[in-house]
Design a protein around this ligand. Structure first.
Ligand code: ZN
Length: 301
């Protein structure tokens, strides 16, 4: 089954150069029924092109499908939270957390954290949805902030979880430079018209030793090769499909040093008997052909 997505619809679209290398030569890559992806002949980045205008994309998440999207997120948030926490563990997030919490001023433990208290490490979750992960991190001692352009989800996170959430796109917040210890973007970068702007802005707002954690589908994985245009991540909302090569290249090009890259998910639930799925999942993680990947990157010199 495919991931939830905005229905395919006619849109105002423009041909754009490759978002990674600026190249202008592509070959057809995936045909998905009503829309398709091309692959850059120079660097291998896969993108929808012509690409819908940013205004159209914002409308998808902001207004037209807002309440449906909230219902979808709420129905799945426990499962997503579990996956996000497993991914963060694989990417060494909790080691970083331990280090940062240890460094906090004496006498200012996690019980004293709260809005307005200038203690504890700071984390920004971009595309935080209903704030389930942020609430968990806040409970662990982080000062937690979120960006979520889907207003019903942001409102839910504020109301039910007492979180600080902005509905402005990341760069419109003008967060002060070097203000976060960790920036997270889970299943976000593939939705953006200009993924390089996310990476540049994450770099600007991260502290010198801060880390950027990016989770996104891996088009070099086993399942995309098996399902091609029917791959669950080949959806109208995913403007880009990154790989274990193109995601690190985008990070490196925009001032990050890759520290780790882990993939997971060998076979989707329901398409293989559990014992086979278990073996495939283990092999995918081991050999890097998993369906989804998480990168941990540090600001390069
Ligand atoms: Zn390219």
């Amino acid at each position: 089954m495919k991931t939830w997505s905005t229905p395919v619809a006619p849109q105002r679209a423009n041909c754009i150069p490759c978002a990674l290398c600026g190249g202008g030569r592509f070959r057809p890559c995936l045909f998905c029924g009503g829309f398709s992806y091309v692959k850059c002949l120079s660097c291998g980045l896969v993108q929808i092109n012509p690409q819908p205008e940013a205004e159209e994309v914002r409308r998808r998440y902001g207004e037209a499908y807002g309440e449906d999207y909230l219902a979808y997120e709420l129905a799945n948030e426990a499962a997503y939270l579990r996956l996000q926490e497993l991914a963060l563990r694989d990417a060494g997030f909790y080691g970083l957390e331990q280090e940062l919490l240890k460094r906090g001023p004496p006498g200012q433990g996690r019980q004293e954290q709260g809005p307005g208290k200038e203690t504890g490490p700071s984390v920004l979750d971009i595309g935080c949805a209903t704030g389930a992960l942020l609430a968990r991190l806040k409970g662990r001692g982080w000062r937690a902030f979120g960006v979520e352009i889907s207003a019903p989800q942001a409102e839910y996170a504020r109301r039910e979880r007492k979180l600080e959430i902005s509905t402005e796109p990341l760069e419109a917040n003008h967060f002060p430079g070097e203000s976060f210890d960790a920036v997270l973007a889970s299943h976000l970068i593939e939705h953006l018209n200009r993924p390089e702007i996310l990476v540049q802005e994450a770099r600007r707002i991260l502290k010198e030793n801060g880390r950027f954690f990016v989770t996104t589908p891996n088009i070099a994985g086993f399942q995309s090769r098996l399902f091609r245009g029917k791959w669950r991540s080949a959806i109208f909302d995913h403007l880009y499909l990154f790989s274990v090569k193109t995601l690190p290249a985008l990070l490196a090009r925009n001032g990050f040093r890759l520290e780790s890259l882990v993939t997971w998910g060998g076979l989707a639930a329901g398409i293989a008997p559990p014992p086979l799925k278990k073996i495939a999942d283990r092999a995918a993680k081991c050999f890097g052909f998993g369906d989804v990947m998480i990168a941990r990157a540090a600001k390069a010199g």
